[in-house]
Write a protein that binds this ligand. Sequence first.
Ligand code: SF4
Length: 362
Amino acid sequence: MRDAEPSLRERGALLRAALENLVGETPLRFMEVCGTHTMALYRTGLRALLPWKLELVSGPGCPVCVTPQEDLDQAIALASRPEVTLATFGDLVRVPGSVGSLAQARAGGADVRVVTGASEALDLARHLPQRRVVFLAVGFETTAPGTAAVLEEARGEDVPNFLVLNLHKTVPPALEALAAAPDIALDGFLLPGHVCSVLGVEPFRFLPQAHGLACCAAGFEAEDLLLALVDLARQARKGHPEVTSAYPRGVRPGGNPRARALLERVFRPCDASWRGLGVLPRSGLALRDPFRRFDARESLELPLPAPAPPNGCRCGDVLAGRLAPRGCPLFGGTCTPRTPQGPCMVSSEGSCAAAYRYGGKE
Ligand code: SF4
C-alpha cells in the first residue's frame, strides 16, 4: 500500500524544519526583490515563522516605489496642463510628490484618470480626440510588454493624441547595483517570479558567477516561498551559488519568447533613474525610433526632471535593503497608509504598507 501524500500543512512543517536546519546558528541575509513577494511574506504569516538567524530584506521590486520623486513631479506638472488627460494606475495617484500628488492635482482641476493598463489609456485617447491622453507607464518586464503591445496597436491605427510618459525599468541592472554595493551585504536573492516568467532565469546568472550570490525564482504561495528559501539556504551553505527556480509552473527556460520579442521590437535599453539607487546604466526602456512620436517627453518637449528636495521619507534606503520600514522615524507616526509620506506606504506592494498592515517580525 502506498503512503498517503503529506498534506499542505505537513509539507509546510517539513520545509520549515529543513530551513531551520540549514540556517542553523550562522546568519543568512536574503533579499526578496518583488513587491508581491513582500506582501505575500507578510500576508501568509511566513515572515514571522522564519528562523531567527535568517534575515529577509525587501528590495526594489515595487514599480511605484522605485519611481523617483522628480519623475513624479514631472507627471504632476504635466497633468496640470489644460490640454492633457493623464491616465495611470491607482497607486501612483496617491504618491506624494514634492508639492502635492496627482490626486491633489485632480482635486485642483487636472484631468487625471485611473486606468488598469495601457489598453484602457489608448481607449481613452480614442474617445477623447480633442485631448492629449498621456499614459504614465511604470513597471518592470512584467508590465512593459503590455505597454509595448498597445504602442504597436496605436502605431498601426495611427492614433494621433496618445502619448506615453515612459518610466518602465528592468530588474537585472538593479540587482547588479545592489550586488556591487559594498554596504549591502547579502547572501542571495529571492528572484521575482513574474519577471522571471518573462525573462527566464538566464539573465540573472551573473549574480552567482560575478558576485557569489545564491538566486532562486519563487512563486507566490507560502509553500513556493518556503521551497525557494530552502533552496537559497542550501546554495549558501554549500558555498555553491547558482540560479535555480522553485516556480516551474510559472518560469519556463527562456521565459516567454513572445513577450521578450515584443519588448525587443518596441524598446531599447537606456539609463534610468531609480529611487534609492540613482541612475543605473541600461536599466530603462526607451522607445525605438518608429515609436518615438508617442514619447510624451519628446512630443511635449518636457524639460529634464529637476532634482526633488528631500522630505524625510526613507523609501530610498528601504528599497535598497539599507533600512527596515520600522527604522524610518516617520513610520506609523507622520506616515501611515492614510497619511503616506512616501510611495512605500502607498503602494499595494510597498514594504512600509506591508509592515504597517501586518506588523510582526521584519
Ligand atoms: Fe517613506 Fe513612510 Fe516608509 Fe518612512 S515609513 S520610508 S516616510 S513611506
